[in-house]
Design a protein around this ligand. Structure first.
Ligand SMILES: *[C@@H]1O[C@H](CO)[C@@H](O)[C@H](O)[C@H]1NC(C)=O
Ligand SMILES: *[C@@H]1O[C@H](CO)[C@@H](O)[C@H](O)[C@H]1NC(C)=O
Length: 347
């Protein structure tokens, strides 16, 4: 099903916030490539990395991914994303459920509303709603990170990373990270699971494809509110180039755990990130650009919306879910685990 008709049917596009009207947003499924303890952006060359990630996209994902030599479109033979020229990699922390007896089990993932596939991530590239405004696709070698795996409180710079307690169907309100979404895990049962929303900055310094903290070559626009969607506000002189807003959504299928007898007796919520975080602040998103040639720029210029685009090649769900990768780090991540992968301490 196409996103636009679906969204229109649900009256969603009209309400993206702040009178932005219809937002040109590519929105597509990237199914699970692999779930493993690797992080070639923050811990290149290190296997295993400190905590577990779920990774989608091109199958050239590996331990090192040196930007000088690793060309994702040529090194990959397939991608788990709908757009078959997108060999980028996208990854996030993983959700676990902690049982009363202290063991952990990984929470399954579902494709988002209107999409099909195997878990993974819904990826958005959002262009400015003004059709004449310039938007510059990422360059080969570009990578970035949003969020902080060590974050344990609400203090610190505002980041558009949040959770939505999903209703049985639909997504209730479409203003991501506005109320009732929050940076912490929801406190009660969520009939439709929990959705993580991870929103990347929209302003680039125009020079560096990476930076030592993998974040300071990009920044959020001035005047961009927590719940704005797409490039809005104005980019500061230090980061003058408007880039598409990359956004991830992940649906964690917590429904099997919606039972009072499974939740902690003290009434607290039972979910933890693979970082060890019991509150929810440490979710983060990593991105390594890997679109073939100028395909992404063409799609942005055409203001493509949803998961079909005249400028791009697509593949079927059956083809996309076939693109998986075996783990380089051999360890158990499923079943009932005594410790989180990497023996993460809870915080
Ligand atoms: C990672 O992939 C690149 C490109 O395919 C390859 O040259 C390199 O040897 C791989 N590194 C590891 C550690 O597998
Ligand atoms: C711990 O609790 C889970 C969930 O109730 C259960 O499936 C698992 O078998 C238990 N493990 C042990 C060692 O008791």
């Amino acid at each position: 099903m196409q996103w636009k008709p679906l969204a229109l049917a649900l009256g969603i596009l009209a309400d993206l916030g702040h009178g932005q009207g219809t937002m040109p947003m590519m929105r597509f499924q990237c199914s699970q490539l692999v779930v493993e303890r690797l992080d070639p952006l923050v811990n290149p060359g290190t296997a295993p990395s400190p905590h577990l990630h779920q990774i989608v996209g091109g199958n050239s994902f590996n331990i090192s991914m040196d930007p000088a030599t690793h060309d994702l479109p040529t090194a990959s033979t397939c991608t788990s994303c709908t757009f078959s020229e997108d060999f980028s990699n996208y990854w996030t922390a993983v959700m676990y459920f902690r049982a009363r007896n202290g063991t952990f089990t990984r929470v399954p993932q579902l494709p988002n509303q209107g999409l099909e596939g195997n878990g993974g991530i819904t990826v958005y590239y959002i262009a400015p709603s003004n059709k004449k405004a310039a938007v510059t696709a990422f360059k080969p070698g570009f990578r970035m990170l949003v969020g902080d795996a060590a974050r344990s409180s609400a203090s610190g710079p505002a980041r558009k990373i949040c959770h939505r307690c999903m209703p049985t169907s639909g997504d209730n309100k479409n203003i991501n990270c506005g109320s009732p979404d929050g940076p912490t895990f929801p406190k009660g049962f969520c009939a439709g699971g929990i959705r993580t929303i991870i929103t990347f900055p929209t302003c680039w310094d125009g020079k560096n494809t990476d930076s030592p903290d993998h974040s300071s070559h990009v920044t959020f626009a001035k005047g961009a509110a927590q719940n704005d969607v797409g490039p809005t506000g104005s980019c500061p002189a230090s980061h003058p180039v408007v880039i598409p807003q990359l956004m991830y959504e992940i649906i964690w299928d917590t429904k099997a755990f919606n039972k009072k007898e499974l939740w902690p007796e003290d009434g607290s919520q039972p979910f933890v990130w693979s970082t060890g975080d019991t509150n929810g602040y440490s979710q983060h998103g990593d991105y390594v650009f890997g679109w073939k040639g100028d395909s992404l720029q063409k799609a942005l210029d055409q203001r493509c919306t949803g998961d079909t685009c005249a400028a791009l090649k697509t593949q079927t769900t059956e083809e996309a879910v076939k693109c998986t990768k075996s783990r380089d780090v051999q360890e158990e991540v499923d079943g009932w685990l005594t410790n989180l992968p990497g023996d993460r301490m809870l915080f």
